[in-house]
Design a binder for this molecule. Structure first.
Ligand code: ZN
Ligand code: ZN
Length: 118
């Protein structure tokens, strides 16, 4: 099972837009959890980019929070503290992770309303 952050976390970058990475220059954006900025987690979770969304990546710590929160809701979002990274940074993280889980595409978005709140 896989989910991705809700749309509100990806407003400022259209899929075609590049970001300016401090390490790699102009690159496609990746929505990454804050931990990927400063560490190379052992466990990595990646949702590849699709027509609507940039690639999304998070670490094992955030995955635990996401599972506990049953999706990307406030508690898990607060752990992840989403920020923009670049595709080369993501490649580095993948290269150094011990295990990378590639999740499926757009059908796995977190619903806006949690199922137990409907
Ligand atoms: Zn994380
Ligand atoms: Zn980069």
């Amino acid at each position: 099972m896989a989910c991705r952050p809700r749309r509100r976390w990806a407003p400022e970058h259209a899929m075609s837009a590049l970001i300016s990475c401090g390490r790699h220059g102009e690159r496609l954006p990746v929505l990454a959890c804050v931990h990927l900025r400063s560490t190379f987690p052992k466990a990595l979770f990646v949702v590849p980019a699709d027509d609507e969304w940039p690639a999304t990546a998070w670490c094992g710590l955030c995955e635990e929070a996401r599972l506990a929160d049953r999706g990307w809701y406030d508690a898990a979002d607060a752990v992840a503290q989403w920020d923009w990274s670049c595709t080369r940074c993501l490649e580095d993280s993948i290269a150094r992770a011990q295990h990378t889980t590639f999740a499926a595409g757009p059908a796995v978005q977190t619903p806006e309303v949690r199922s137990d709140e409907v």
